[in-house]
Design a protein around this ligand. Structure first.
Ligand SMILES: [Zn+2]
Length: 255
């Protein structure tokens, strides 16, 4: 019977940008007001925002904490960290940012999908100092590769280098181990998972559907238009299954 029952997974929320959307893909932006409301929804449900160590332990042991959530940000745009950190601190919550380590301090235009030139997200990535401030504020850091390229279309050698060099760079900047990875565009395959594993990480975050592979951990994108009801479903640990039943698994992919 086990295979028939949907398994609860630790809810992992994926944000990209916090603030007013100046252009590009509007689905990537959640306003500061909405973000603060989301954090209050988490608090009001009595959920604890986990550290990466705690989240890893949930996935490793296969026993997700019923009163917990992992909050993550992709891409590490400076304004997003500056806006999010005070709210997280105010509510005593932890979160994790996944950083494209080779782009620290640079102004970039990230495409909407690997291999396309449509700009979805422009801005300045946090610099070394800003990232250290983020950690001093009690927040956490994982790697989002070196240059934000799709590891499934890169050579194995390049994927390995993206994984290993980003880890090394972030550890130099932060003077602490960086053990968790997040695939650019959430794209992964067997070679990408092996490259990340061999680079010395303990886990890698992706998107849906949920798997039990520590190098393909599930995450759900948060959208600016999420209602309280839909957000609550995302916090339930059964979002993928509920969405599948409704035939509405989100098509909006991560970046
Ligand atoms: Zn990204």
């Amino acid at each position: 019977m086990k295979g028939w029952l949907p398994r609860r997974t630790l809810p992992v929320l994926m944000y990209h940008r916090i603030g007013p959307c100046p252009g590009g893909d509007r689905q990537l932006w959640v306003s500061e007001e909405t973000f603060a409301r989301h954090l209050r929804w988490i608090r009001d449900r009595g959920l604890r925002a986990l550290s990466l160590d705690e989240a890893y332990e949930c996935f490793r042991s296969g026993t997700p904490d019923k009163k917990a959530v992992l909050i993550t940000f992709d891409d590490a745009f400076a304004e997003t960290l500056d806006t999010a950190a005070p709210w997280l601190q105010k509510l005593g919550m932890r979160s994790t940012v996944f950083v494209p380590a080779g782009l620290l301090g640079q102004t970039v235009a990230l495409s909407s999908e690997a291999g396309t030139h449509a700009t979805a997200s422009e801005g300045r990535i946090v610099d070394d100092q800003g990232l250290r401030r983020w950690v001093e504020a009690g927040q956490e850091v994982g790697s989002h590769s070196l240059t934000h390229q799709d590891l499934t279309t890169a050579s194995f050698e390049t994927a390995s280098s993206e994984a290993a060099r980003s880890k090394q760079l972030l550890e130099e900047v932060l003077d602490r181990p960086v053990l968790d990875f997040c695939y650019p565009f959430a794209h992964h395959n067997a070679a990408a998972r092996r490259a990340v594993s061999e680079a010395g990480y303990r886990s890698a975050y992706a998107g849906e559907p949920p798997t039990e592979d520590l190098f393909a951990l599930p995450r759900m994108m948060v959208f600016p238009g999420d209602t309280e009801q839909r957000y609550a479903r995302k916090l339930s640990g059964y979002y993928y299954w509920i969405s599948a039943w409704h035939g509405r698994v989100s098509q909006g992919g991560p970046r």
